[in-house]
Write a protein that binds this ligand. Structure first.
Ligand SMILES: [Zn+2]
Length: 76
């Protein structure tokens, strides 16, 4: 029995090499690092969204929102 899994090369790459190179050139590495910093704690693992927040700060923010909503009494 052959246990090794052969990696089958695909006939066509998912992204053409030329397009990849163009994308790399068009995006400045400085801009990328700036955008990838959390605005609260400065962490690198920022989730791409409208706000530059890492997943930790994002979770804290969301949980804070939920607590505020729970504390507001429902008035009818
Ligand atoms: Zn953060």
């Amino acid at each position: 029995m052959i246990m090794k899994r052969k990696i089958q090369p695909k006939s066509e790459p998912v992204v053409p090499a030329e397009l990849l190179e163009q994308a790399k050139r068009s995006v400045s590495p400085d801009l990328l690092t700036k955008a990838a910093k959390c605005s609260v704690c400065g962490a690198d693992n920022v989730i791409a969204s409208s706000e530059p927040l890492c997943w930790v700060c994002r979770r804290l923010k969301i949980s804070a929102w939920r607590e505020m909503e729970q504390q507001i009494p429902i008035q009818e």
